[in-house]
Design a protein around this ligand. Structure first.
Ligand code: NAD
Ligand code: FES
Length: 277
């Protein structure tokens, strides 16, 4: 069993859990994920690790309530435990050894995964600019944390209620137009966001890493559920990724595959809400 040591509710839909998981905390690196299972009958859900404390033996997960499992997880409190945590899974993010300047881009709840990237690179002495985008002021997360590990921090909202008005892609385009140079861009967020970030960076031939979130089952390369096409080849996000060169990713296929069970998931959620099952 894995005990929750701290719970934080960022907003109605986004919850942060710090869990005691010393073996995972000892090894995990930015980009890697875990699979949790609430109890022995529950589904397996992958979540990328948002933070870790090797000394305290804890990992932090920040997730959006999107389905039945995340709703049940979000209902737990500090002191409660969950059945399984498997990890760290996947490959840690790799950037070229000579990279000196990185732009980390987080979209919405994807900022939870962009944050450990910015923190890790900053601690390694690499110059980090962060762009974080949210739909509006009410759902901003990790602002102080990003400020602490970014040389420059740019926050934007779609409706202009906080920070610059616009998408992360608008801010990035403006910075590149002004002559800002980066060795690498790391973009994590909704699939359309990652796709359009790649369209912005492509003309500059600017290496752009994206963290893919396809449907996963086993997380060990055996079920094929997380199949993605990268550079015309089949890759498995759980073992070959989750990070890939965004300029090589077939985003249309990813979006199509990710929508496979959307109706069933929403249906299940509605039933649980009204207590019909
Ligand atoms: P959202 O839809 O509110 O978007 C967040 C920000 O991304 C926006 O404010 C905007 O700046 C940018 N963005 C969104 N669409 C864009 C577009 N078409 N062009 C340019 N920029 C765009 O995000 P949300 O609801 O907080 O995030 C939920 C999504 O993020 C889910 O689909 C979830 O699966 C995904 N997600 C992905 C990862 C990952 O590993 N890639 C991690 C967590 C969440
Ligand atoms: Fe099964 Fe990746 S989740 S192969």
């Amino acid at each position: 069993m894995f005990q929750i040591v701290e719970r934080k509710q960022w907003n109605e839909a986004v919850v942060q859990m710090k869990l005691q998981a010393p073996l995972i905390a000892k090894k995990v690196l930015p980009g890697q994920f875990i699979i949790f299972r609430l109890d022995e009958f529950a589904e397996r859900v992958p979540l990328t690790v948002a933070d870790y404390d090797r000394e305290a033996g804890t990992i932090t997960l920040i997730f959006q309530i999107v389905g039945n499992s995340t709703r049940r997880f979000a209902a737990l409190q500090a002191g409660d435990s969950i059945q399984d945590l498997v990890g760290p899974l996947g490959k840690a993010t790799e950037i070229p050894d000579d990279a000196k300047s990185v732009c980390v881009i987080g979209g919405g709840v994807g900022c939870a995964i962009a944050y450990p990237q910015a923190k890790y690179l900053h601690e390694k002495g690499i110059s980090v600019d962060t762009i974080a985008g949210f739909r509006n002021k009410d759902i901003v997360i990790l602002e102080d944390e990003f400020c602490a590990c970014s040389d420059n921090f740019y926050l934007c909202t779609d409706d202009g209620s906080y920070g610059t008005k616009g998408f992360v892609t608008n801010v990035l385009q403006e910075m590149l137009d002004q002559g800002k140079h980066y060795d690498v861009v790391i973009a994590i967020g909704p699939v359309p966001m990652m796709k359009f970030v790649c369209q912005v960076t492509k003309p500059y031939e600017l290496l752009t890493l994206v963290s893919l979130n396809p449907i996963m089952v086993d997380g060990t390369g055996m079920c094929g559920g997380c199949r993605v096409t990268v550079g015309g080849e089949i890759r498995y996000a759980c073992v070959d990724g989750p990070d890939f060169d965004g300029h090589q990713v077939d985003f249309e296929e990813l979006m199509h595959r990710n929508s496979t069970y959307r109706d069933q998931e929403q249906h299940e959620c509605r039933l649980k809400k009204v207590g019909e099952v």
